[in-house]
Design a protein around this ligand. Structure first.
Ligand code: URA
Length: 193
């Protein structure tokens, strides 16, 4: 089902079929039955070259985060709000998100993870349907509410900082905050084993 969605996305996505700054689309990867799904913002330069999510510097930090909670990257599913790299890595525009994110919603409905962890502001805003900033939202459980008529109603969602932000602000405080968010996810997954 994910392969079919990927083909359809690459053929039809009104954003990615028109965006010109990227070399290739980055659909997402991981265990299609993952219990934990990470959602980032958009591919960067390395991701655009390799066609895989979170494989640059931020990706190495995400790998560390995943290991810290006793999982392997291949146990999770990793995707982004936008499936093609914005020019000069700028933040996704509202229209771009509107056009590409329905495919992320379909991905979520196929994978149906037990927990979603959003990485940074754009993913959190999109999946929580809010304009509140990540500084206020991180660390507290929320829900991703599935579209009406979906086979599920909602999925627990924990917002945390984007790994690139963590790298830029590598302080005791931000590290403790991300660790606390990861621990909350780890405990939730253990409860729903
Ligand atoms: N940053 C993101 O948000 N996603 C990636 O895939 C890589 C970097």
């Amino acid at each position: 089902m994910l392969a079919e969605l990927r083909e359809r996305h690459d053929r039809e996505c009104p954003h990615c079929t028109h965006a010109t700054a990227h070399q290739r689309t980055v659909f997402g990867e991981g265990d299609p039955c993952a219990r934990l799904m990470f959602v980032g913002e958009a591919p960067g330069e390395t991701e655009d070259t390799l066609g895989r999510p979170f494989v640059g510097k931020a990706g190495r930090k995400l790998d560390e985060m995943i290991q810290a909670i006793g999982l392997r990257r291949e146990d999770c599913y990793i995707a982004n709000v936008l499936k093609s790299r914005p020019p000069e890595n700028r933040a996704p525009l509202p229209l771009e998100v509107e056009r590409c994110s329905p495919y992320l919603v379909e991905q979520l409905l196929i994978i149906r993870p037990r927990v979603i962890m959003t990485l940074g502001g754009p993913a959190t805003k999109m999946l929580m349907n809010t304009d509140v900033g990540i500084m206020k939202l991180r660390g507290s459980w929320s829900q991703w509410v599935a579209p009406p008529g979906s086979p599920i109603v909602s999925i627990p969602l924990m917002p945390t900082f984007h790994p690139a932000y963590l790298i830029r602000n590598y302080t005791l405080e931000t590290r403790a905050q991300v660790w606390s968010d990861l621990k909350a996810v780890m405990h939730r997954l253990a409860e729903t084993a």
